[in-house]
Ligand binder design. Sequence first.
Ligand SMILES: [Zn+2]
Length: 325
Amino acid sequence: LSDFLVGYRDPLFGLIVFFALVFIISFFSYWWAIYKAREQDSRLRHFFHRFEYQEHRLPHPFQEPSSHRALLILADAFAKSGDYEAAIAIYLQLQEHRELQGRLEILLRLADLYRRAGFLERSCQIYEEILGLFPRHRKALRSLLYVYERLGDFEGALDVLESLEELGEGGRERGYIEALIATRRGDSDRLEELYRAGLARRTALEPLFRLDLPRLWRILREEDVLLVADLLWYLPKEQISTHFSLLRELYGAKGYLEGVKGSSIFELDLLLHYPKADLEFLYLCQGCKRRFPLPFGRCLACGAVEEMVVEMVVTRRRREASFTF
Ligand SMILES: [Zn+2]
């Protein structure tokens, strides 16, 4: 013992004892932490095991018609809340286990979902498969028409439209799609033809602002001025024409023309008397009465074509940037 005490007085020995103690303490705290973590892990495992046990006692979800329904409702809810991935996963599982009619219903929902999620080619394949089985399926035909249109396959859209017209649907859509085809070809003769025949209005006029403005001024009817009021409003001063009184009122309100006294259009009249005001535009669909901030050929909400009305909104004129000091 005396040797030990003698050794203890040795500073090097004291240092060794100190580090030994530090090591022992840290070893125990490390071991304790691991023990606690293991204990928590096994408690959680037990907790989840209770649910696993219950789940194993449930019937297999695809053997029970009522749970088909439940899964469908769940998938629809996912789809509505925008969780397309989850909804698609459920539809994909469901569609393998059903008879033809139920399969058709699920395929339709799946295709609609792919369409909304932006997987146009995939939705197109499913609609085509449905139409292979049921060539006169209205809903599939209509949806396929939208998809072809969004893919820019206007010729394909015309083919589908033909089947819809045989079923008594279509209306203004032929003129609308033909105007889209003429626009892509830059065929202003055809656009004029469609406009003059009353087969397309805004869809035929809009591209002419870009393709052939003199032709636009030549063919534009006064009753259609308001239909393209936004496009007319944003034309630069040197490109305008004022051969209708409504055009003079519009450009008077814009500040391009002097001496215009008033207008029968309330918004233009207001601007003529109050030059601090400006115009902005909203786009109303007459089909579903919804308003959009951007113009459209086919309504994004209800799918109607050539139903857009341009609404004028009077706003405060934004102060132009000036560098006066
Ligand atoms: Zn609409």
